[in-house]
Design a protein around this ligand. Structure first.
Ligand code: AMP
Length: 356
């Protein structure tokens, strides 16, 4: 099949590699002709909000997917008039807006942090009273990797944040005193079967994912893995979801508190490339092209380390027996440039990996 993917970043690149292995081909829409995915498929060189690529993409593809959430709704609606678009646009719309996302989660019986809509300075002060300090103020849309977030410890922080915000379209969230962070990656086929990956433990630094370990091995992991599966199943069936998705959670004792949903392949699932089973990318391609899903059983411990901001010497990664995935990007502070996976690595090796 010919698969169209909106976005040609590293997620597109890894989707493209998986598609090739399965005998499909990809065309990516990206404003950068030299994007990461250009190494594994063709690129339609358009800006993401340029509706003129719709006709070209729809006429040349059997199915269309996307690698990031903030794809223009009008474009996706126009596309799906002539070509199937997966995953479901309805869940995508909800996941673009942190406020709508939390309402949807609660409506489906899934616990989140306490939250309030903040549309004005007055709302921000009211949220402080109702939620109490500390709390987090986040933009409802376009926030990722901790961008657009204010961590507010007291009234002085609140006044400073409020003064720097030009337009209020925010959500206030109570700070969750979590023990750790996990995510659940799963893929649902068009027929409704779901392949669940084991629970993944995630470590963030400055709001950016630094490391993931799977299967998660803390004391409540088995019980919480089961709980996460039930929650993912609920979301998938409500939205008749097709493809890979990720749900990020905070772990508080024996409880899961959902933080966000990504209706796409996810950074915390990159370890699946070396887990000995079908990767999240391959299963996504399988789902959207109507192929049966592959096994998600994992028998080894995999650690994924993100390379952020500055490049790391590939030889150093090799010395640790790491498998590197280079996104072929230029270095920039905070930018994800590559990741590497370590199979059954000792704590000492993981520490070395984190200090590269
Ligand atoms: P987000 O952009 O919502 O994925 O947040 C990025 C990271 O900030 C999360 O992975 C957490 O480490 C932290 N964080 C976000 N929201 C909260 C919260 N309500 N309570 C505690 N930590 C949070």
């Amino acid at each position: 099949m010919r698969i169209g993917v909106i976005g040609g970043g590293q997620l597109g690149m890894m989707l493209g590699s998986a598609a090739k292995e399965l005998g499909h081909s990809c065309v990516f829409v990206d404003p950068n002709a030299d994007c990461s995915a250009s190494h594994v498929g063709d690129v339609l060189n358009y800006s993401f909000d340029d509706i003129s690529f719709v006709k070209k993409l729809a006429s040349s593809c059997d199915v269309v997917s996307y690698e990031f959430e903030n794809v223009d709704t009008a474009i996706l609606n126009a596309l799906q008039k002539s070509v199937p678009v997966h995953p479901s646009l309805s869940l995508l719309e909800v996941s673009k807006d942190r406020y709508a996302e939390k309402i949807m989660l609660n409506d489906n019986g899934i616990e989140t942090a306490k939250f309030r809509k903040v549309e004005s300075e007055v709302d921000a002060h009211r949220a402080a009273v109702e939620l109490g300090f500390p709390f987090i103020l986040k933009t409802r849309r376009f926030g990722y990797d901790g961008k657009g977030q204010y961590f507010l410890k007291n009234n002085a922080d609140l006044l400073q944040a409020v003064a720097s915000i030009e337009t209020f379209s925010h959500i206030a969230e109570s700070l969750v005193p979590f023990d750790l962070e996990v995510s659940k990656i799963a893929t649902r086929s068009a027929g409704g079967s779901i392949a669940y990956y084991p629970l993944t433990q995630n470590i963030h630094k400055g709001g950016i994912l630094q490391m993931s370990v799977a299967p998660a091995f803390f004391s409540e992991a088995e019980h919480l893995n089961f709980l996460a599966e039930q929650q993912v199943e609920k979301i998938c069936s409500v939205y008749d979801y097709i493809g890979t998705l990720a749900v990020e959670f905070f772990v508080c004792g024996k409880k899961l508190i959902a933080n966000e949903i990504a209706p796409r392949v996810h950074n915390s699932g990159h370890w699946t490339l070396d887990g000995g089973s079908t990767s999240q990318f391959e299963n996504h391609i399988r789902a959207i092209t109507g192929m049966p899903l592959g096994s998600t059983e994992v028998s080894k411990k995999i650690t994924m380390v993100n390379v952020i901001g500055t490049h790391v010497d590939s030889q150093e990664i090799k010395k640790l027996n790491g498998v590197e995935y280079d996104y072929k990007k230029s270095a920039r502070p905070g930018r994800k440039l590559a990741h590497f996976n370590l199979v059954d690595a000792s704590d000492a090796v993981i520490q070395q990996a984190l200090s590269l």
